[in-house]
Design a protein around this ligand. Structure first.
Ligand SMILES: Cc1cc2nc3c(=O)[nH]c(=O)nc-3n(C[C@H](O)[C@H](O)[C@H](O)COP(=O)(O)OP(=O)(O)OC[C@H]3O[C@@H](n4cnc5c(N)ncnc54)[C@H](O)[C@@H]3O)c2cc1C
Length: 311
């Protein structure tokens, strides 16, 4: 939790006082940390602060200190649904990676931290014969990100499997939200903004590990055939418009392969933007604007962005 190497261009007195108090509180953090290392797109400038609380009470400490010093806070999970500007972000990025506990109780109950890598959690559940989340094995997020985005694939959606979620906010501290108090919508939920997911209790059903693994493998095979793998992307860029598939719409408009700078609409799935290392965030954002504008002009459909943007 070094306060050494105080960077040039830091935000002045508030930032320095925040750094001192965060260090005193024992919350691990770094300064001017390149966010390109923490997004699946592999792009993005530095975070003024990147903090890694290890428990809900540390999240609350961090939020109160940031509030006291008027520093904005953003939450980072696995960065798989995120586009970060080339300039990076001032203030605090709360990275959930250290909230990675997993505990299995009898009867299919799983307690897991927000920072658990979702595909890893799915695999652990399969090994223990726990069914319910296997269709999400290819979603490369954290559990907190999956809950916040209400991520889904095929028939899978996380909402019905949630017993309760441990949340933290600056004003109310730590709390527990039962399933029926949570609003899970299409790629959105009650979480985000000031309401941070620290962990969750999931209720899964029991089955044979081999049967679960077979279903998981089948999902992965299908994904590999239909989505770009092994390349840098942030997943689907746009939400599906009412009654249609955004990917199909973009493909029908001939947008596969369309590019701006180093960013390119995938040839495999038109709702993915990929790059091979020579793009910057400005290219990606330029391409998103150009695609959205083309769709609006040709079809009068206004595409809504699924991927989050930090500037
Ligand atoms: C190759 C690829 C395939 C994908 N396939 C799918 C798919 O099939 N289905 C699907 O739905 N998505 C898919 N995605 C998108 C992405 O994986 C999901 O949206 C995932 O849920 C994002 O989780 P994350 O931890 O990476 O969130 P991040 O990208 O880190 O953050 C996304 C948003 O959630 C917020 N957030 C993250 N964690 C928390 C928390 N603990 N508390 C409060 N807010 C939080 C962030 O502030 C941000 O606004 C795919 C992405 C890629 C790269």
């Amino acid at each position: 939790m070094p306060v050494s190497n105080v960077p040039k261009g830091s935000n002045g007195r508030n930032s320095e006082a925040f750094a001192r108090e965060l260090e005193r509180a024992g919350v691990a953090f770094g300064r001017e940390v390149a966010l390109s290392r923490y997004t699946t797109l592999g792009l993005g400038g530095p975070a003024e602060f990147l903090a890694r609380p290890r428990a809900a009470d540390e999240i609350h400490t961090l939020l109160k200190l940031a509030e006291a010093h008027e520093l904005p806070v953003k939450v980072l999970g696995a960065g798989s649904n995120l586009i970060v500007s080339d300039a990076g972000v001032r203030g605090v990025v709360l990275h959930t990676a250290a909230l990675d506990f997993v505990r299995f109780d009898d009867g299919g109950i799983v307690h897991a931290g927000a920072g658990c890598h979702f595909p890893g959690l799915v695999r652990q559940c399969a090994t223990r014969g726990l069914r319910g989340i296997e269709a999400g094995v290819g979603i490369p997020g954290s559990l907190g990100g999956v809950l916040t985005m209400n991520a889904g694939a095929y028939q899978f959606s996380i909402g019905p499997l949630v017993d309760e979620v441990i949340v933290v906010s600056a004003s109310r501290g730590q709390g527990v939200m039962p399933r029926d108090a949570i609003d899970f919508r299409y790629r959105a939920s009650s979480f985000g903004g000031g309401l941070i997911v620290a962990g969750a209790r999931l209720a899964l059903t029991l089955d044979e590990p081999a049967a679960i693994r077979a279903d998981m493998d089948e999902r992965m095979r299908f994904r590999k055939q239909t989505q770009p793998v092994g390349v840098k992307s942030a997943g689907c860029i746009f939400k599906n418009p009412e009654g249609a598939s955004a990917g199909q719409l973009l493909e029908e408009l001939g947008l596969k392969g369309f590019s701006v700078g180093g960013a390119r609409v995938s040839d495999v799935h038109a709702n993915f933007i990929v790059h091979s290392g020579d793009a910057d965030t400005a290219d990606v954002l330029g391409l998103i604007d150009a695609v959205r504008e083309r769709v609006l002009r040709t079809t009068e459909i206004e595409l809504e962005q699924e991927v989050m943007t930090w500037s």
